[in-house]
Design a protein around this ligand. Structure first.
Ligand SMILES: [Zn+2]
Length: 398
């Protein structure tokens, strides 16, 4: 059984140990030591990384009640190997994890909201609460948590017997009574935990909730502590400063300027919509004026190049909504699209009309007797396709 050096002192970074077993598994080596300060992944906290002699340790896991240190290199010697953990990574995890104790306790004290999930990774830290809270309540918990940080309270490890345990105001009840490890944030929080924590709350640094969302019956919130919180602040501060420079305002005015910009943009979008509608109406009138009349049917044939399909459909449907019209439209740019339609009272099957033109443009499509559409890639035949449909209709209208 490996002695866990991290249990009573989470500040040991280097130690000498003996390797008691090495298992080769799928081009990895699982190294077992007689003692270790590498924290194995558990309780929502990722494992430490570091070195055993020159072997890089990328993961540490509990397996069959043993602790295995994973490396891609095989250790050369087994006695008195020099081990060291990556302290930057460990201290960062200790800051986030200790911050979680305080934050969870604040939610419980202020709002009777229990932590039912915790996830800590290199990228983010989240807590799941069993109760829905709003942004104002989250700010209150955040404030209380930071007050606990600023008081620089000691964080104490206890191994209570059952009598002592019963007297402790545990945040969550425990089912284990023997060999239990309780982490106390002095007179603030008592929680059973096997993880690594800082000695004093001041070491956690700022605790900042970043965002939250509904999750099951409660919420999931993402927060950040210590150096991560500083990096987050730097990132956001730089962003606000950049936007302020771009907008030629002070950083205090960014929000108002942004609201104004949104208003202006909405107005412009509406203006573009109105202009587009006017343009469509103008186009429709022009097309109707130039319609050819065959046996009382008004036939419009037109090749578009500078319009979107949605507008084309609007033009076509607006025209054939009136009686006596047939529209034969093509849209030619990167490929060819055909859109043929007719008024309800015209007795021509547009599905039949589009067949041959579609073949000419190497296209596919279909539709109904009232309207048919399709597209193809043979741009050179675009005019011929339209002309073929035109002739076909003329022959039917004679
Ligand atoms: Zn803990």
């Amino acid at each position: 059984m490996t002695e866990k050096l991290f249990i009573n002192n989470s500040y040991i970074t280097e130690f000498t140990a003996d390797i008691i077993n090495v298992i080769e598994d799928d081009s990895k080596f699982m190294i077992e030591l007689d003692k270790t300060c590498f924290y194995p992944e558990s309780g929502g906290q990722p494992s430490d990384i570091g070195f055993i002699d020159n072997c890089s340790i990328f993961d540490v896991q509990y397996k069959d009640e043993k602790i295995y240190h994973y490396s891609k290199e095989k250790p050369e010697s087994t006695l008195d190997v020099q081990c060291r953990i990556n302290w930057d990574s460990r201290f960062d995890l200790m800051q986030q994890h200790s911050g979680q104790h305080i934050l969870s306790s604040s939610f419980e004290k202020l709002f009777d909201a229990n932590t039912i999930g915790f996830h800590l990774s290199e990228e983010s830290v989240t807590i799941d609460l069993d109760k829905k809270l709003d942004a104002f309540e989250l700010e209150k918990a955040e404030k209380l948590s930071n007050e606990i940080v600023f008081k620089n309270l000691p964080i104490i490890i206890h191994y209570p017997d059952e009598t002592m345990l019963n007297q402790m105001p545990l945040r969550k009840p425990t089912k284990v009574f023997k060999d239990i490890r309780i982490i106390e944030v002095e007179n603030f929080d008592f929680s059973p935990c096997g993880g690594t924590h800082v000695k004093n709350t001041g070491e956690i640094g700022l605790i900042k909730i970043k965002k939250f969302e509904n999750h099951k019956d409660g919420i999931r919130l993402e927060f950040t502590c210590g150096m991560r919180a500083l990096k987050d602040y730097q990132l956001k501060n730089n962003l606000v400063n950049k936007i302020a420079v771009d907008m030629s305002v002070s950083s205090d005015e960014v929000e108002n300027s942004y609201e104004k910009l949104k208003e202006d943009m909405n107005l412009l979008v509406q203006e573009i919509k109105d202009l587009r509608q006017q343009l469509i109406e103008y186009k429709i009138n022009g097309l109707k004026e130039n319609a050819e009349i065959h046996s009382n049917i008004k036939l419009i044939k037109y090749e578009f190049t500078d319009i979107d399909m949605k507008s084309l459909k609007t033009i076509s449907s607006t025209i054939v909504n009136e009686p006596d019209f047939i529209t034969l439209f093509s849209l030619v740019n990167d490929d060819v699209k055909l859109l043929f339609a007719r008024s309800k009272n015209v007795d021509v099957n547009m599905k039949d009309i589009i067949k041959e033109p579609l073949e000419l443009i190497n296209g596919r499509g279909g539709g109904s007797p009232f309207a048919a559409q399709g597209g193809g890639n043979k741009i050179n035949n675009a005019s011929l396709a339209l002309e073929t449909a035109y002739k076909h209709i003329n022959s039917l209208l004679k």
